[in-house]
Design a protein around this ligand. Structure first.
Ligand SMILES: [Zn+2]
Length: 84
């Protein structure tokens, strides 16, 4: 497995709400990768669940930004927890 999906790619993927040519290409790229990569598939599922929750709460427009923020916070927490 070469390059993993970036967080930006995943957020873009879960936020897609219009099927134009560009978005279909993005979806294909992500789907092709997660088909063979459990790690990214798990991330996509997690982001999708959070995104759906924002949509359910009627905060669809903020969902992308909020996801990026949550992810960053989580990364920081993990860095702080692991002390070598
Ligand atoms: Zn991957």
């Amino acid at each position: 497995m070469t390059n993993h999906l970036t967080v930006e790619q995943i957020i873009e993927f879960v936020s897609i709400n219009e099927l134009n040519e560009e978005n279909i290409k993005k979806m294909t790229d992500v789907n092709t990768h997660v088909y063979r990569c459990d790690e990214c598939a798990e991330k996509v599922r997690a982001f999708q669940a959070i995104y759906d929750e924002f949509v359910r709460l009627g905060q669809k427009d903020e969902a992308g930004n909020e996801l990026a923020k949550l992810y960053e916070e989580r990364q920081n927490r993990m860095r702080n927890q692991i002390q070598f």
